[in-house]
Ligand binder design. Structure first.
Ligand code: DC
Length: 219
């Protein structure tokens, strides 16, 4: 069984998906982390992402694995190296939208995601999980929040990584990234018509998880 949680950056998908997965005894999968790992890999090898042949060549040798053994978190491995923190940097955050919009990248990553999740119980968070990966999922959620709330949340994430901070710049980056992710040709960020919308702007963290949990219990 798969539960899908989609939405833009900073709406609370990761914390919600993790907590829901642990409540249900399911595995949690952060699909954005996989696009971040590909972005990190391309940058490490100075790939020109406008060259389809270079992109395809690198995807052929991509060795991306996810270790699910630690409790309530996942470890992203590139060639057996743990890159889970490295992929959260501002540099990768700024570059990932463009990489995730490339068709060969999406084909490869969606296939890996399917292979990983097909036979298990998963809470999967991303942008296209309820629309492309699992359009037939029984439980689909789409999280939204206002820009100020989202920018404050991102600020906290960056603080943990000691990145340079400016809440207005973060807010503008979110607006730009939403625009890019929602208007791209392939698998744009879009609410599935049958997804339940949860506005997390004024919710406590427990509230937002409980809203989803209650919905699943009821149905
Ligand atoms: O959730 P995140 O910020 O870690 O996602 C990073 C990027 O990956 C984001 O710009 C959109 C993209 N993404 C995607 O295209 N499809 C997904 N299922 C998840 C993320």
């Amino acid at each position: 069984m798969v539960i899908t949680i989609d939405g833009a950056a900073g709406v609370g998908k990761t914390t919600t998906a993790k907590s829901l997965a642990s409540k249900l005894g399911y595995q949690y999968l952060d699909t954005g982390a996989m696009y971040r790992a590909v972005t990190y890999f391309f940058r490490q090898h100075s790939i020109d992402i406008n060259s389809e042949s270079q992109v395809r060549k690198m995807l052929d040798i991509l060795n991306l694995e996810i270790d699910f053994t630690s409790n309530n978190s996942i470890t992203i491995l590139l060639d057996d190296k743990d890159v889970s923190s490295l992929i959260r940097s501002k540099e990768i955050t700024n570059a990932v939208s463009e990489v995730s919009a490339l068709q060969p990248v999406r084909e490869k990553i969606v296939k890996i995601q399917k292979d990983i999740t097909e036979n298990g119980n998963f809470v999967i968070e991303g942008r296209d999980i309820g629309t492309v990966l699992y359009p037939g999922a029984k439980y689909k959620f789409f999280l939204i929040a206002d820009y100020d709330t989202r920018a404050e949340r991102r600020l906290k994430d960056f603080k943990r990584l000691n990145e340079e901070l400016n809440v207005n710049k973060i807010k503008q980056d979110l607006i730009d990234r939403d625009q890019y992710d929602s208007s791209r040709k392939l698998s744009p960020l879009k609410q599935a018509s049958d997804a339940i919308v949860i506005d997390t702007s004024n919710c406590t963290f427990d509230d937002q998880v409980n809203q989803i949990y209650k919905h699943i219990e009821r149905n």
